[in-house]
Design a protein around this ligand. Structure first.
Ligand code: HAM
Length: 420
Protein backbone atom coordinates (compact mmCIF):
# COMPACT_ATOMS: atom_id res chain seq x y z
CA UNK A 1 0.00 0.00 0.00
CA UNK A 2 1.26 3.49 -0.78
CA UNK A 3 2.59 5.41 2.22
CA UNK A 4 -0.07 7.68 3.71
CA UNK A 5 0.83 11.29 3.13
CA UNK A 6 -0.89 14.67 3.25
CA UNK A 7 -1.50 16.39 -0.08
CA UNK A 8 1.60 18.22 -1.33
CA UNK A 9 1.68 21.81 -0.11
CA UNK A 10 -0.91 21.16 2.60
CA UNK A 11 0.77 20.84 5.95
CA UNK A 12 -0.38 19.47 9.26
CA UNK A 13 0.13 21.87 12.11
CA UNK A 14 1.30 19.61 14.88
CA UNK A 15 0.99 19.88 18.63
CA UNK A 16 4.42 21.42 19.11
CA UNK A 17 3.40 24.32 16.87
CA UNK A 18 -0.24 24.94 17.72
CA UNK A 19 0.52 27.04 20.84
CA UNK A 20 2.49 29.49 18.66
CA UNK A 21 -0.37 29.60 16.14
CA UNK A 22 -2.87 30.30 18.90
CA UNK A 23 -0.69 33.00 20.35
CA UNK A 24 -0.40 34.66 16.96
CA UNK A 25 -4.12 34.39 16.24
CA UNK A 26 -5.12 35.71 19.63
CA UNK A 27 -2.70 38.62 19.46
CA UNK A 28 -3.98 39.62 16.04
CA UNK A 29 -7.63 39.19 17.03
CA UNK A 30 -7.07 41.43 20.05
CA UNK A 31 -5.73 44.19 17.79
CA UNK A 32 -8.68 43.81 15.38
CA UNK A 33 -11.03 44.28 18.35
CA UNK A 34 -9.13 47.36 19.51
CA UNK A 35 -10.09 49.02 16.23
CA UNK A 36 -13.72 47.88 16.37
CA UNK A 37 -13.58 45.19 13.69
CA UNK A 38 -16.19 42.42 13.87
CA UNK A 39 -15.65 38.82 12.92
CA UNK A 40 -17.31 37.26 9.89
CA UNK A 41 -17.05 33.54 9.05
CA UNK A 42 -17.42 32.59 5.43
CA UNK A 43 -17.66 29.31 3.52
CA UNK A 44 -14.47 27.76 2.21
CA UNK A 45 -16.20 26.88 -1.07
CA UNK A 46 -17.78 29.48 -3.36
CA UNK A 47 -19.01 29.46 -6.93
CA UNK A 48 -16.06 29.62 -9.30
CA UNK A 49 -17.52 32.62 -11.15
CA UNK A 50 -17.21 34.74 -8.00
CA UNK A 51 -13.43 34.47 -8.04
CA UNK A 52 -13.07 34.64 -11.80
CA UNK A 53 -15.02 37.90 -11.84
CA UNK A 54 -13.52 39.44 -8.72
CA UNK A 55 -9.85 38.50 -8.99
CA UNK A 56 -9.69 38.68 -12.78
CA UNK A 57 -9.46 35.83 -15.28
CA UNK A 58 -6.03 36.93 -16.50
CA UNK A 59 -4.43 36.78 -13.08
CA UNK A 60 -2.16 33.89 -12.09
CA UNK A 61 -4.54 32.99 -9.28
CA UNK A 62 -7.52 32.45 -11.57
CA UNK A 63 -5.66 31.21 -14.63
CA UNK A 64 -3.38 28.69 -12.91
CA UNK A 65 -3.88 28.33 -9.21
CA UNK A 66 -7.49 27.65 -8.32
CA UNK A 67 -8.77 24.36 -6.93
CA UNK A 68 -11.94 24.19 -8.99
CA UNK A 69 -14.31 21.28 -9.41
CA UNK A 70 -17.85 20.42 -10.39
CA UNK A 71 -20.18 19.24 -7.66
CA UNK A 72 -22.53 16.32 -8.25
CA UNK A 73 -24.95 18.47 -10.17
CA UNK A 74 -22.27 20.05 -12.28
CA UNK A 75 -22.11 23.42 -10.47
CA UNK A 76 -18.62 24.93 -10.82
CA UNK A 77 -17.17 25.44 -7.36
CA UNK A 78 -13.77 26.56 -6.06
CA UNK A 79 -11.88 26.33 -2.78
CA UNK A 80 -11.39 29.98 -1.87
CA UNK A 81 -7.98 31.31 -2.88
CA UNK A 82 -8.54 34.47 -0.77
CA UNK A 83 -11.16 36.08 1.47
CA UNK A 84 -12.12 39.40 -0.10
CA UNK A 85 -14.44 38.03 -2.80
CA UNK A 86 -16.42 35.99 -0.25
CA UNK A 87 -16.83 39.05 2.00
CA UNK A 88 -18.13 41.08 -0.91
CA UNK A 89 -20.54 38.30 -1.88
CA UNK A 90 -21.81 38.03 1.71
CA UNK A 91 -22.30 41.80 2.03
CA UNK A 92 -24.33 42.00 -1.15
CA UNK A 93 -26.32 38.87 -0.30
CA UNK A 94 -27.19 39.99 3.24
CA UNK A 95 -27.51 43.66 2.39
CA UNK A 96 -25.03 44.90 4.96
CA UNK A 97 -23.23 47.38 2.69
CA UNK A 98 -25.97 49.73 1.69
CA UNK A 99 -25.62 53.08 3.52
CA UNK A 100 -23.58 51.37 6.19
CA UNK A 101 -20.03 51.28 7.37
CA UNK A 102 -18.67 47.83 8.13
CA UNK A 103 -15.37 46.88 9.64
CA UNK A 104 -14.93 43.12 9.33
CA UNK A 105 -12.25 40.55 10.01
CA UNK A 106 -11.93 36.91 9.09
CA UNK A 107 -9.46 34.10 9.30
CA UNK A 108 -9.05 30.72 7.72
CA UNK A 109 -7.49 28.43 5.19
CA UNK A 110 -7.03 29.57 1.58
CA UNK A 111 -6.02 27.39 -1.34
CA UNK A 112 -3.77 28.11 -4.31
CA UNK A 113 -2.08 25.61 -6.58
CA UNK A 114 1.36 27.21 -6.36
CA UNK A 115 4.77 25.58 -6.36
CA UNK A 116 5.32 24.76 -2.69
CA UNK A 117 8.44 26.13 -1.07
CA UNK A 118 9.46 27.86 2.16
CA UNK A 119 6.60 30.27 3.04
CA UNK A 120 4.48 29.20 0.09
CA UNK A 121 1.88 26.48 0.54
CA UNK A 122 -1.10 25.23 -1.39
CA UNK A 123 -3.20 25.41 1.75
CA UNK A 124 -2.20 28.46 3.74
CA UNK A 125 -3.88 30.63 6.35
CA UNK A 126 -4.81 34.26 6.31
CA UNK A 127 -6.20 36.69 8.83
CA UNK A 128 -7.67 39.66 7.04
CA UNK A 129 -9.78 42.76 7.47
CA UNK A 130 -12.12 44.50 5.07
CA UNK A 131 -13.63 47.96 5.69
CA UNK A 132 -16.67 48.95 3.64
CA UNK A 133 -18.34 52.32 3.06
CA UNK A 134 -15.41 54.67 3.67
CA UNK A 135 -13.95 56.51 0.68
CA UNK A 136 -11.39 58.88 2.21
CA UNK A 137 -7.73 58.19 3.02
CA UNK A 138 -8.35 57.98 6.80
CA UNK A 139 -9.43 54.36 6.59
CA UNK A 140 -6.43 53.51 4.40
CA UNK A 141 -4.27 54.95 7.17
CA UNK A 142 -6.24 53.09 9.85
CA UNK A 143 -5.56 49.75 8.18
CA UNK A 144 -1.87 50.48 7.92
CA UNK A 145 -1.69 51.67 11.54
CA UNK A 146 -3.57 48.56 12.61
CA UNK A 147 -1.18 46.27 10.78
CA UNK A 148 1.80 48.18 12.19
CA UNK A 149 0.38 47.66 15.68
CA UNK A 150 0.19 43.91 15.07
CA UNK A 151 3.84 43.77 14.08
CA UNK A 152 4.76 45.88 17.09
CA UNK A 153 2.84 43.61 19.46
CA UNK A 154 4.64 40.63 17.99
CA UNK A 155 7.99 42.40 18.35
CA UNK A 156 8.69 42.15 14.64
CA UNK A 157 11.05 44.77 13.39
CA UNK A 158 12.17 42.99 10.23
CA UNK A 159 9.17 44.04 8.12
CA UNK A 160 8.84 47.25 6.13
CA UNK A 161 5.98 48.90 4.34
CA UNK A 162 5.75 49.47 0.59
CA UNK A 163 3.01 51.68 -0.81
CA UNK A 164 1.67 52.62 -4.21
CA UNK A 165 -1.42 54.01 -5.84
CA UNK A 166 -2.93 52.33 -8.88
CA UNK A 167 -5.36 55.18 -9.46
CA UNK A 168 -8.87 54.93 -10.84
CA UNK A 169 -9.73 52.28 -13.42
CA UNK A 170 -9.24 54.85 -16.18
CA UNK A 171 -5.68 55.63 -15.06
CA UNK A 172 -4.89 51.98 -14.85
CA UNK A 173 -6.20 51.37 -18.33
CA UNK A 174 -4.11 54.23 -19.72
CA UNK A 175 -1.06 52.92 -17.89
CA UNK A 176 -1.67 49.41 -19.16
CA UNK A 177 -1.51 50.72 -22.72
CA UNK A 178 1.65 52.72 -22.10
CA UNK A 179 3.32 49.74 -20.46
CA UNK A 180 2.25 47.38 -23.21
CA UNK A 181 3.71 49.72 -25.84
CA UNK A 182 6.93 50.01 -23.88
CA UNK A 183 7.43 46.26 -23.48
CA UNK A 184 6.41 45.64 -27.10
CA UNK A 185 9.21 47.97 -28.14
CA UNK A 186 11.58 45.72 -26.19
CA UNK A 187 9.92 42.43 -27.01
CA UNK A 188 13.15 40.63 -27.88
CA UNK A 189 14.41 41.20 -24.31
CA UNK A 190 11.38 39.62 -22.65
CA UNK A 191 11.62 36.23 -20.98
CA UNK A 192 8.97 33.62 -21.77
CA UNK A 193 6.78 34.43 -18.77
CA UNK A 194 6.75 38.14 -19.54
CA UNK A 195 5.96 37.44 -23.18
CA UNK A 196 2.87 35.56 -22.03
CA UNK A 197 1.85 38.45 -19.80
CA UNK A 198 2.43 41.07 -22.45
CA UNK A 199 -0.93 40.77 -24.18
CA UNK A 200 -3.19 40.02 -21.24
CA UNK A 201 -1.68 41.50 -18.13
CA UNK A 202 1.36 43.69 -18.83
CA UNK A 203 1.33 45.18 -15.32
CA UNK A 204 2.36 41.82 -13.95
CA UNK A 205 5.62 41.99 -15.88
CA UNK A 206 6.68 44.52 -13.25
CA UNK A 207 6.47 41.72 -10.68
CA UNK A 208 8.92 39.50 -12.55
CA UNK A 209 11.78 38.21 -10.41
CA UNK A 210 13.71 37.11 -13.52
CA UNK A 211 17.21 38.67 -13.26
CA UNK A 212 17.49 39.32 -17.00
CA UNK A 213 14.32 41.43 -16.87
CA UNK A 214 15.32 43.77 -14.07
CA UNK A 215 17.13 46.42 -16.12
CA UNK A 216 14.16 46.77 -18.45
CA UNK A 217 11.71 46.95 -15.53
CA UNK A 218 13.82 49.57 -13.76
CA UNK A 219 13.36 52.09 -16.55
CA UNK A 220 9.77 51.16 -17.47
CA UNK A 221 7.17 53.97 -17.39
CA UNK A 222 5.61 54.48 -13.94
CA UNK A 223 1.94 54.45 -12.94
CA UNK A 224 2.66 57.59 -10.94
CA UNK A 225 2.80 59.49 -14.23
CA UNK A 226 -0.75 58.39 -15.13
CA UNK A 227 -2.48 59.13 -11.82
CA UNK A 228 -5.44 61.50 -12.08
CA UNK A 229 -5.60 64.36 -9.52
CA UNK A 230 -8.20 62.57 -7.35
CA UNK A 231 -5.99 59.54 -6.75
CA UNK A 232 -2.83 61.61 -6.43
CA UNK A 233 -4.52 63.75 -3.77
CA UNK A 234 -5.86 60.71 -1.92
CA UNK A 235 -2.36 59.24 -1.88
CA UNK A 236 -0.76 62.49 -0.70
CA UNK A 237 -3.24 62.70 2.19
CA UNK A 238 -2.56 59.11 3.15
CA UNK A 239 1.21 59.57 3.23
CA UNK A 240 0.76 62.76 5.28
CA UNK A 241 -1.23 60.85 7.93
CA UNK A 242 1.40 58.11 8.00
CA UNK A 243 4.18 60.69 8.34
CA UNK A 244 2.41 62.33 11.27
CA UNK A 245 1.99 58.96 12.94
CA UNK A 246 5.61 57.96 12.56
CA UNK A 247 4.98 55.11 10.10
CA UNK A 248 7.94 54.57 7.80
CA UNK A 249 7.23 53.46 4.23
CA UNK A 250 8.77 53.30 0.77
CA UNK A 251 6.76 54.32 -2.25
CA UNK A 252 7.22 51.55 -4.77
CA UNK A 253 5.68 52.60 -8.09
CA UNK A 254 6.19 49.05 -9.37
CA UNK A 255 3.95 47.52 -6.73
CA UNK A 256 0.96 46.32 -8.77
CA UNK A 257 -0.43 43.32 -6.80
CA UNK A 258 -1.58 40.01 -8.23
CA UNK A 259 -5.33 40.60 -8.12
CA UNK A 260 -7.20 42.82 -10.56
CA UNK A 261 -9.69 44.44 -8.21
CA UNK A 262 -7.47 47.16 -6.77
CA UNK A 263 -7.96 50.90 -7.23
CA UNK A 264 -5.94 53.73 -5.64
CA UNK A 265 -3.98 52.64 -2.56
CA UNK A 266 -2.14 49.30 -2.52
CA UNK A 267 0.38 48.22 0.08
CA UNK A 268 2.53 45.33 1.18
CA UNK A 269 4.48 44.63 4.33
CA UNK A 270 7.58 42.87 3.09
CA UNK A 271 10.57 41.27 4.73
CA UNK A 272 14.13 40.81 3.59
CA UNK A 273 14.71 37.97 6.04
CA UNK A 274 16.62 35.19 4.34
CA UNK A 275 14.64 32.29 2.98
CA UNK A 276 11.29 33.98 3.60
CA UNK A 277 8.77 34.87 0.95
CA UNK A 278 8.67 38.56 0.42
CA UNK A 279 5.15 39.69 1.39
CA UNK A 280 3.83 38.99 4.86
CA UNK A 281 0.74 41.16 4.66
CA UNK A 282 -0.83 42.79 1.64
CA UNK A 283 -3.90 44.62 0.51
CA UNK A 284 -5.42 47.74 -0.89
CA UNK A 285 -8.50 49.61 -1.95
CA UNK A 286 -11.11 48.10 -4.28
CA UNK A 287 -13.75 50.77 -4.79
CA UNK A 288 -15.39 49.20 -7.85
CA UNK A 289 -15.71 45.58 -6.81
CA UNK A 290 -19.07 45.71 -5.07
CA UNK A 291 -20.75 47.58 -7.89
CA UNK A 292 -19.20 45.14 -10.38
CA UNK A 293 -20.97 42.37 -8.50
CA UNK A 294 -24.35 44.04 -8.62
CA UNK A 295 -24.21 45.90 -5.30
CA UNK A 296 -24.57 49.65 -4.73
CA UNK A 297 -21.41 51.66 -5.22
CA UNK A 298 -19.46 51.00 -1.98
CA UNK A 299 -15.87 52.08 -1.39
CA UNK A 300 -13.80 49.36 0.26
CA UNK A 301 -10.31 48.52 1.43
CA UNK A 302 -8.70 45.56 3.15
CA UNK A 303 -5.63 43.46 3.67
CA UNK A 304 -4.67 39.92 4.59
CA UNK A 305 -1.78 38.61 6.63
CA UNK A 306 -0.18 35.29 5.66
CA UNK A 307 0.07 33.44 8.95
CA UNK A 308 2.68 30.89 7.85
CA UNK A 309 4.96 33.73 6.77
CA UNK A 310 4.33 35.73 9.92
CA UNK A 311 5.06 32.68 12.02
CA UNK A 312 8.35 32.07 10.23
CA UNK A 313 9.42 35.60 11.18
CA UNK A 314 8.35 35.56 14.80
CA UNK A 315 10.78 34.21 17.28
CA UNK A 316 8.49 34.47 20.31
CA UNK A 317 8.01 31.33 22.33
CA UNK A 318 4.33 32.17 22.62
CA UNK A 319 2.32 30.50 25.30
CA UNK A 320 4.23 27.33 24.89
CA UNK A 321 3.25 25.92 28.21
CA UNK A 322 -0.46 26.41 27.78
CA UNK A 323 -1.31 22.79 27.15
CA UNK A 324 0.92 21.40 29.89
CA UNK A 325 -1.26 19.82 32.56
CA UNK A 326 -1.13 20.96 36.16
CA UNK A 327 -2.18 17.62 37.53
CA UNK A 328 -1.77 14.05 36.35
CA UNK A 329 -4.16 11.71 38.09
CA UNK A 330 -2.84 8.24 38.77
CA UNK A 331 -5.23 5.36 39.15
CA UNK A 332 -4.59 2.58 41.59
CA UNK A 333 -6.97 -0.34 41.88
CA UNK A 334 -8.99 -0.22 44.14
CA UNK A 335 -10.71 2.35 44.42
CA UNK A 336 -13.30 1.67 41.71
CA UNK A 337 -12.96 3.40 38.36
CA UNK A 338 -16.27 5.26 38.74
CA UNK A 339 -15.06 6.95 41.93
CA UNK A 340 -11.78 7.86 40.23
CA UNK A 341 -13.56 9.46 37.25
CA UNK A 342 -15.94 11.25 39.59
CA UNK A 343 -13.10 12.84 41.53
CA UNK A 344 -11.55 14.05 38.27
CA UNK A 345 -14.88 15.66 37.30
CA UNK A 346 -15.34 17.22 40.74
CA UNK A 347 -11.91 18.85 40.53
CA UNK A 348 -12.51 20.19 36.99
CA UNK A 349 -15.89 21.54 38.07
CA UNK A 350 -14.47 23.27 41.14
CA UNK A 351 -11.33 24.65 39.47
CA UNK A 352 -12.18 25.70 35.90
CA UNK A 353 -8.63 26.77 35.07
CA UNK A 354 -7.20 23.41 36.16
CA UNK A 355 -5.68 21.23 33.44
CA UNK A 356 -5.98 17.67 34.69
CA UNK A 357 -5.16 14.49 32.81
CA UNK A 358 -6.88 11.36 34.04
CA UNK A 359 -4.81 8.29 33.25
CA UNK A 360 -7.13 5.96 31.34
CA UNK A 361 -4.51 3.41 30.40
CA UNK A 362 -4.87 0.76 33.08
CA UNK A 363 -1.06 0.55 33.10
CA UNK A 364 1.08 -0.29 36.15
CA UNK A 365 1.65 2.39 38.77
CA UNK A 366 5.28 2.66 37.76
CA UNK A 367 4.36 3.29 34.15
CA UNK A 368 1.67 5.79 35.12
CA UNK A 369 4.15 7.77 37.22
CA UNK A 370 6.52 7.80 34.26
CA UNK A 371 3.75 9.21 32.07
CA UNK A 372 2.92 11.78 34.73
CA UNK A 373 6.51 12.91 34.79
CA UNK A 374 6.71 13.11 31.01
CA UNK A 375 3.48 15.11 30.78
CA UNK A 376 5.15 18.08 32.48
CA UNK A 377 2.50 18.18 35.22
CA UNK A 378 3.36 19.87 38.50
CA UNK A 379 1.58 17.32 40.64
CA UNK A 380 0.58 13.68 40.46
CA UNK A 381 -2.42 12.76 42.56
CA UNK A 382 -3.65 9.27 43.35
CA UNK A 383 -6.93 8.53 45.14
CA UNK A 384 -6.48 5.79 47.71
CA UNK A 385 -9.01 3.27 48.86
CA UNK A 386 -10.20 5.39 51.80
CA UNK A 387 -10.98 9.11 51.75
CA UNK A 388 -7.33 10.00 51.25
CA UNK A 389 -5.54 11.24 48.13
CA UNK A 390 -1.83 10.77 47.75
CA UNK A 391 -0.11 13.83 46.26
CA UNK A 392 3.35 13.78 44.78
CA UNK A 393 5.25 16.91 43.74
CA UNK A 394 6.86 16.13 40.41
CA UNK A 395 9.02 19.19 39.83
CA UNK A 396 11.02 21.08 42.49
CA UNK A 397 11.14 18.29 45.02
CA UNK A 398 9.68 14.83 45.13
CA UNK A 399 7.70 15.37 48.36
CA UNK A 400 4.69 13.25 49.02
CA UNK A 401 1.73 14.25 51.17
CA UNK A 402 -1.87 13.19 51.68
CA UNK A 403 -5.10 15.20 51.70
CA UNK A 404 -8.68 14.04 51.99
CA UNK A 405 -11.50 14.69 49.49
CA UNK A 406 -12.65 17.81 51.34
CA UNK A 407 -9.18 19.35 51.52
CA UNK A 408 -7.97 18.64 48.01
CA UNK A 409 -9.73 21.49 46.15
CA UNK A 410 -8.47 24.09 48.57
CA UNK A 411 -4.99 22.57 48.41
CA UNK A 412 -4.83 22.59 44.59
CA UNK A 413 -6.17 26.15 44.40
CA UNK A 414 -3.53 27.28 46.87
CA UNK A 415 -0.68 25.29 45.35
CA UNK A 416 -1.38 25.98 41.66
CA UNK A 417 -3.29 29.23 41.37
CA UNK A 418 -2.63 31.47 44.35
CA UNK A 419 -0.54 34.54 43.57
CA UNK A 420 1.83 34.42 46.56
P1 HAM B 1 -2.57 38.30 -1.47
O1 HAM B 1 -1.42 39.23 -1.66
O2 HAM B 1 -2.87 37.39 -2.57
O3 HAM B 1 -3.84 39.20 -1.15
O4 HAM B 1 -2.34 37.46 -0.16
C1 HAM B 1 -2.15 38.09 1.09
C2 HAM B 1 -1.06 37.39 1.88
O5 HAM B 1 -1.34 36.01 1.98
C3 HAM B 1 0.31 37.43 1.21
O6 HAM B 1 0.97 38.63 1.48
C4 HAM B 1 1.00 36.25 1.87
O7 HAM B 1 1.50 36.63 3.14
C5 HAM B 1 -0.13 35.27 2.04
N1 HAM B 1 -0.07 34.25 0.96
C6 HAM B 1 -0.56 34.35 -0.28
N2 HAM B 1 -0.34 33.22 -0.97
C7 HAM B 1 0.30 32.36 -0.14
C8 HAM B 1 0.79 31.02 -0.24
N3 HAM B 1 0.64 30.30 -1.34
N4 HAM B 1 1.40 30.48 0.84
C9 HAM B 1 1.54 31.18 1.99
N5 HAM B 1 1.09 32.43 2.16
C10 HAM B 1 0.48 33.03 1.11
C11 HAM B 1 -5.07 38.70 -0.90
O8 HAM B 1 -5.32 37.55 -0.70
C12 HAM B 1 -6.12 39.77 -0.78
N6 HAM B 1 -7.41 39.13 -0.54
C13 HAM B 1 -5.77 40.74 0.33
C14 HAM B 1 -6.80 41.82 0.44
C15 HAM B 1 -7.79 41.91 1.35
N7 HAM B 1 -6.91 42.86 -0.36
C16 HAM B 1 -7.94 43.58 0.00
N8 HAM B 1 -8.49 43.00 1.04
Amino acid sequence: MARLQAVRGMADILMADTPRWRYLEETIQAVFSQYGYQEIRLPIVEKTALFTNAIGDQTDIVAKEMYSFDDRRGAGLTLRPEGTAGCVRAGIEHGFFHNQIQRLWYQGAMFRYERPQQGRQRQFHQMGVEAFGLAGPAIDAELILLSARIFKKLNLDNVRLELNSLGLASARLAYRQILQDYFKDHQTQLDSDSLLRLAQNPLRILDSKEPSMQALIQVAPLITDCLEPESADHFAQLTAILDDNGIAYTINPRLVRGLDYYTKTVFEWVTDAAGAQNAVCAGGRYDNLIEQHGGKNTPAIGFAIGLERLLALSTHAGLLDRAVPHVYMIRSDPPPIARYMKLAETLRQALPQLRLIADCSGASLKSQFKKADKSGATLAIMPLDDDQIEIKFLRDNQDQIQKNHTEIIQFLAQELFSEE
